[in-house]
Structure formats: C-alpha cells, structure tokens
Design a binder for this molecule. Structure first.
Ligand SMILES: Cc1ncc(COP(=O)(O)O)c(C=O)c1O
Length: 403
C-alpha cells in the first residue's frame, strides 16, 4: 500500500522529531522551481568530467574483482597517497591519519557524530554551507553562527568569536576557501583563528574541499605543526569533478580522533566503494595536473563574471580568490534577496539567494560559475535585464535608491 503525503495514515504516522524538524535547503527549493531552459548558476558542481584515467581505472577495478568491502577507513594504499598530499603541511602523516568517506557530506556528519553530545556547541560560519547547522541539530547539539562579512573579506573577526564561546563550546568549523563566498585567508589570518581555537582548547574542523581551486597564490590550510586538534574535511567532488561519485575523506594528525572517526564511519556506511577508491588512486597518481587545469578554466570565468556583475545596477561584487562562486552584494530598494533571486529565475536564470546560506547572507546572491563562457554570458545578459527592470520598477514606486 502507498501512503501519499496528505493521506491521513501518513499524517498520523510517527516520525522522529529530527526528521520532521529538518527542512530542504534553500538551494534545492530554487532548483525545483527551475524550467527546462533555465540557465543554471545554482548548484556547486563543476561542469567538467572526471579525468579519463580515473574513469578507466574504475571500470578496470570492477573487471579485476574489486567489488568488495574494504577496511572501514578505506584502502591503505589510497590513505597513504592522501596522507602524502598533506605531508608538506604536517610531516609524518600516514594511512592511520586518514579515513576515506563517501563524500565530504558523509565526512561532516561523522565528524559531528564524533565530537558533539546533546547540548554541546559548535561554532559555524554564516553565511555557510547549508549542512553545517542541521548536522549539529541532528546530534541534539547547537550550531552557533559567527558572521563572515563582505567588508572583512568574509573572514570572521576574533573579537566577535570570543563573545560566542562558553563552557559548552567544543569545536569551531572554518571553511576556507569558502562556500558561498569564495573567500580565502592569508597566513596571518589563519594564525589568529588558530590561536583563538588553541586558547579555548576547541577542535578545529577545517572544511577544505576547495583547496585545489585557488586562483591567487597557494592554499592556506589549518593543518599545521602548531596544533593537532584539527580535523580536515575533504572531498574529491570538486578536486576531480566527481560530485556524483561520492568520495571524500577525514584527516587528522590526532590519532585518537582518527580512531573514533573511523569507528563511527563503520556504522554509517561500513566503508567506501572499493572500485571507486582505486579510481581515485589512479587520479591522484596519473592526473596530478587535472585540478590546476580546471582551476585555470574557472579563473577565466571568474574574471568575466566579476566584471559583468560589478557593472550591473545595485551590485557590488568582490573578486573571489578561490572556489567557483561569486557572492555579490545585490541591492534593489524594497526587495530582499529571495525576491530578487525569484525575479531572476522568472527571467530564466537560476542563482541562489544569500539567505539559503544563513541570515547573514541577506543582501547577497550566489552565482556558481559552472557553465561554459558562452552560456554564462547569455545568463548574465538576462540577469542584467532583470536588475534593470527591478530598479526601474522600484524607482516608479518611489522607493529610496540603494547606496
Ligand atoms: C563547503 C563544502 N563542504 C562540503 C561539501 C560537500 O561536498 P561532497 O559531499 O560532494 O563531497 C560541499 C559541497 O558543495 C561544500 O561546498
């Protein structure tokens, strides 16, 4: 028997509060409203395909019989290769410092399960990746948000963080390069944020899934020799354009943390897909230039989108130094960011309202530049048309002009 959502049997059935209280993310809601011809600046996934060498290795691994469970933390040879990638940051890392997961999302969930008891607090960015707050809620814990503001390059200010810490605070989550802002930090900013966490004995969860999509200089990580209570969350989704494969990892210099994380990972997925782990290993070994080449393509798009958006009425677009998101301030007198995004969607372009990433995202829109240049330019023409229209309508209503 099938129970439809409005069927009385469904309405009276029991569901856990954690299921009933969680909402679909704002990005998905917009996605569901898009038409077939809509130009997408919505989802954060590269429009490239994974390296051929990885696809071939995936197929070959299945042919070779690698269709079985692996150890819960993943294939030692892959974990060793991942640890090697970070050995410039902390020497001496090995397979024991890595747990392969089925995506960054899976890694984030397991991290929350491992660190947070009901009532505990984790500090998370606002605006931030939409899973951070609900994941903590699933643990009965509190995600307390800290602001990342346009005027500070979307980097939190330590004095504001100080005011958020209390004796229930266990961890702080940093996300540089950041989604939705494309923000990065320099060494001095990293050291200040690191020192803050050390002073309060907090775990640092560093979500660095965009570490390979950096345009200016090198990636600055929270993984250093200064502090071992750091858990790195990473993923191959963005690094090798394999969002649909679902593979990522947790890495920490703290072996006690790795023991707990790997133990819990078993209860979530038992292990990751064996053949896919061989495929990722092939990508790491034989396609080391792939992420840099993809980042070069994103950089060209970044230059175009920033210049175009910044020239539009009511728009102030910072220049993201990493990731593939522009997060401009977009103001039309009398309209909030969700209304502006809906008007843009009506004209055929999907972008995300800043509030899909938290209340501090109000006044912003997020554009993922995951289309080729021609499509992107067509989409930006439409956005410009919408903003011109909204500004004329607002002037006709006599609304005060945006500053
Ligand atoms: C900041 C951040 N962390 C984690 C993830 C999760 O990535 P995945 O689950 O595809 O590995 C994403 C995906 O968009 C992200 O933007």
């Amino acid at each position: 028997m099938v129970h439809e959502p409005n069927d009385p049997a469904t309405r009276t059935a029991h569901f856990a509060a954690r299921a009933l209280n969680i909402q679909p993310t704002g990005i998905r809601k917009m996605f569901d409203l898009a038409g077939e011809d809509t130009i997408h600046f919505g989802l954060g996934e590269p429009d490239f395909q994974p390296p051929d060498v990885a696809i071939e290795a995936f197929y070959q691994a299945m042919k070779d019989g690698h269709n079985k469970y692996t150890t819960q933390a993943g294939l030692p040879v892959l974990r060793e290769a991942i640890a090697d990638q970070w050995s410039d940051f902390v020497p001496g890392l090995g397979a024991g410092n890595v747990c392969v997961t089925m995506s960054g999302t899976n890694a984030l969930l397991v991290m929350n399960m491992t660190l947070l008891d009901p009532g505990d607090v984790i500090l998370v960015p606002d605006p931030g990746f939409p899973l951070y707050v609900p994941h903590a809620g699933l643990m009965g814990a509190e995600a307390r948000t800290y602001a990342c503001r346009h005027e500070h390059g979307f980097v939190p200010q330590v004095e504001e963080l100080e005011a958020l810490v209390d004796d229930r605070t266990r961890a702080i989550l940093y996300n540089f390069p950041g989604n939705p802002t494309g923000a990065t930090i320099d060494e001095a900013q990293r050291d200040a944020l690191l020192e803050f966490a050390m002073r309060h004995d907090l775990w640092i969860i560093s979500d660095e899934v965009y570490d390979k999509v950096v345009y200016n200089g090198h990636h600055v990580s929270f993984l250093t020799e200064q502090y071992d209570k750091v858990i790195l969350v990473n993923s191959f989704s963005k690094t090798f354009a394999m969002t649909g494969w679902r593979i990522g990892y947790l890495l920490s210099p703290h072996l006690g943390a790795m023991e707990q994380l790997s133990k819990l990972q078993y209860y979530v997925t038992a292990c990751s897909n064996e053949a896919m782990q061989y495929a990722v290993l092939a990508a790491l070994r034989h396609a080391p230039d792939y992420p840099r080449e993809m980042a070069q393509a994103f950089r060209k798009r970044r230059d175009v989108i920033v210049e175009r958006l910044d020239a539009m009425p009511g728009v102030d677009c910072h220049r993201p130094r990493a990731a593939f998101y522009a997060f401009p301030r977009v103001q039309v007198p009398g309209l909030d960011s969700e209304t502006i995004a809906m008007e843009i969607l009506r004209d055929g372009v999907l972008c995300s309202p800043g509030t899909a990433f938290g209340p501090a995202g109000e006044g912003h829109l997020r554009f993922a530049f995951t289309n080729g240049l021609d499509v992107m330019k067509r989409g930006l023409d439409l956005v410009e048309g919408t903003l011109n229209r909204l500004h004329s309508e607002s002037a006709a209503r006599g609304a005060p002009a945006a500053d």
